[in-house]
Design a protein around this ligand. Structure first.
Ligand code: OSB
Ligand code: MG
Length: 395
């Protein structure tokens, strides 16, 4: 259990949020499977995604009519995690949502207690928990950042740059984003696209905080570790397989550059184990991967206690998911730039209006609106839906 010894010095966000009392009575739920056209392809060590993006959106409605929206930013193929569009759909509509309808819960944490005996389904869990939080926030008329113990009204953001065909193309993209104010450059790397690309960016933009994300693409013996270690990177994110904690620890011991846990930070206990083993010195916290906001806060509290820098990662969310990520990133332990690029960089239209964008000072404002951070446009969700489910017709 996270320590509650001195909440005056270290805010224990998880306990505070889990103890929040506000009655939530889910009267109906709707689930939308979306297919959104993407404005650019996203290539990483996992391969290429592009064309259209699958995405699942959940709408929960309280008995008093208050709506809350959540998002499951699932990928086309289960490469980053095991959840798929179909597994998430089936978990939402068959397993997790039906038992909630018509019940009364004393707070968001009591909603998630309902699934205490179920393993996995992290993207589905997170989508519903987020919807419940949006309802709680709207009913209390208090923005999420305040419910969760946020300490800042703006978040420093960086951009995650996909693998390009040529270094020139990458340099043009990086230059454009730096002009817009992004304060940290994270380059996706994979065998064949690593040291030369990173060096090109380092030489063209010498002072910029630079990191790389290998998405599990290397082994202990196969990576260009000494070369990467000499480039002054802020971090090397997930160089080895997510469960290769022993090898990650060996690699960390051989490098000066901090390793960052992404795929390895798959649960609270696994993150704790990884940190204890020295498998990394920075944690990327992502609510969908961790299966919810409360678990993300528990990991945040762990990082604060152990003085491990953390930041909020992304999974190409629309403004629905980013609204929650921004509120989360306002917590005190999120001390490094978060992956929070606006939806315009991936989608021709966001699902929220107004959406957010980066400001010239390199920050994105933390939403101050109660409920969903950004107003969801139901017509846009409906227009992009290729499949729908409602608790009304399945009850
Ligand atoms: O590894 O951080 C990752 C996107 C999808 C899945 C995994 C990752 C990413 C990104 C994009 O790097 C970050 C973003 O949402 O802006
Ligand atoms: Mg990553």
């Amino acid at each position: 259990m996270p320590s509650t010894a001195d909440p005056g010095v270290i805010p224990v966000s998880h306990e505070r949020a889990a103890g929040l009392e506000v009655t939530i009575r889910p009267a109906r739920a709707e689930v939308f499977m979306l297919s959104l056209p993407m404005v650019r392809t996203f290539r990483s060590a996992y391969g290429q995604s592009g064309g259209r993006k699958r995405l699942i959106v959940v709408r929960l409605e309280d008995q008093d009519g208050t709506p809350g929206w959540g998002e499951a930013p699932i990928a086309e193929r289960p490469r980053y995690c095991t959840d798929t569009a179909e597994s998430t759909w089936s978990a939402l509509t068959g397993l997790l949502l039906p038992p909630l309808i018509g019940q009364s819960f004393a707070g968001p944490a009591r909603v998630t207690d309902t699934w205490a005996d179920i393993m996995g389904q992290n993207y589905a869990r997170n989508a519903i928990e987020c919807a419940a939080w949006a309802i709680a926030s709207a009913k209390l008329d208090v923005p999420l950042t305040r419910l969760w113990g946020g300490v800042r009204d703006a978040v420093d953001v960086g951009e995650s740059f996909p693998i390009c065909d040529t270094p020139e193309e990458l340099l043009a993209e990086v230059g454009a984003r730096l002009e817009e104010g992004f304060g940290r450059v994270k380059l996706k790397i994979a065998p064949g696209w690593d040291v030369a690309a990173v060096r090109a960016v380092r030489e063209s933009f010498p002072g910029v905080p630079l990191s790389v994300d290998a998405n599990c693409g290397y082994s202990l013996d196969s990576g260009p570790w000494p070369e990467l270690d000499d480039l002054g990177l802020v971090m090397i994110e997930q160089p080895l397989a997510g469960d290769a904690l022993i090898e990650m620890s060996q690699l960390q011991q051989a490098l000066r550059t901090p390793l960052c846990l992404d795929e390895s930070a798959s649960s609270y206990n696994t993150t704790r184990t990884a940190l204890r083993l020295g498998a990394g010195r920075i944690v990327n916290i992502k609510p969908p991967r961790l299966g919810g906001v409360l678990t993300s806060m528990a990991v945040h509290d762990l990082c604060l206690r152990e003085q491990v820098p953390a930041w909020c990662g992304g999974t190409l969310e629309t403004g629905i998911g980013r609204g929650f990520n921004l509120a989360l990133a306002s917590l005190p332990g999120f001390t490094l730039h978060s992956d929070m690029s606006p939806a315009r960089l991936f989608y021709d239209q966001d699902l929220v209006e107004p959406t957010f964008d980066i400001r010239p000072d390199g920050t994105v404002a933390v939403p101050t609106q109660p409920g969903n951070g950004f107003p969801v446009v139901p017509e846009r969700v409906a227009a992009a839906a290729i499949r729908r489910w409602s608790s009304d017709t399945r009850a």
